[in-house]
Write a protein that binds this ligand. Structure first.
Ligand SMILES: [Zn+2]
Length: 175
């Protein structure tokens, strides 16, 4: 806790940093899960919604939501994304699974991964901490899975998530 009288440089009472701090708090409170559709996500792409729009923002009057639910869209990951043929072939080659298992796995993957980055040009990156999964990173572009990647060596834990998995060019739009 900072002393109340400590001088603080601030742009405005509703500065970006205070918004970010609130989202961090909400992210921790709801364990990084969208309270509307269930999508897990990194705090960098998280948003919040007031439960009662007539009441002021507070932890007791807000829920964590993903970008899609924030905008009133349906999260496309709920239906799953089709994969590029090259991705299906790559996954089949590396796992030994047959193609129908690969297609089924890829269409369901987002339920076990967290959305960690996205931009307004149709890019979404999903990440999983689960080492049992064959791929830790899945990239979606314009509604199609275009890339899967193993994590880099040493890529563990939440601290690394922010540094490694979130491309600075692929930030979420401001809430
Ligand atoms: Zn959602």
């Amino acid at each position: 806790m900072k002393p109340i009288n400590e001088p603080v440089a601030r742009k405005s009472p509703q500065s970006t940093s205070s918004n970010r701090a609130f989202i961090q708090e909400m992210h921790a409170r709801f364990n990084g899960q969208c309270q509307s559709c269930g999508q897990r996500m990194d705090q960098r792409v998280a948003h919040y919604r007031r439960v009662d729009p007539n009441q002021s923002r507070s932890v007791d009057n807000a829920i964590l939501v993903c970008w899609d639910c924030y905008r009133g869209h349906r999260n496309p990951a709920l239906e799953g994304f089709p994969a590029e043929e090259a991705v299906i072939v790559k996954v089949a080659g590396l796992t030994g699974w047959n193609e129908s298992i690969v297609v089924a796995w890829l269409s369901e993957f987002a339920k076990r991964y967290a959305l960690t980055a996205m931009n307004s040009h149709g890019f979404r990156r999903y990440w999983s901490w689960d080492r049992e999964l064959p791929f830790r990173i899945v990239d979606v572009e314009n509604g199609r899975i275009v890339r899967v990647k193993r994590a880099r060596a040493g890529g563990t834990g939440q601290g690394v998530l922010g540094a490694e998995a979130v491309d600075p060019d692929c930030q979420a739009p401001a809430p």
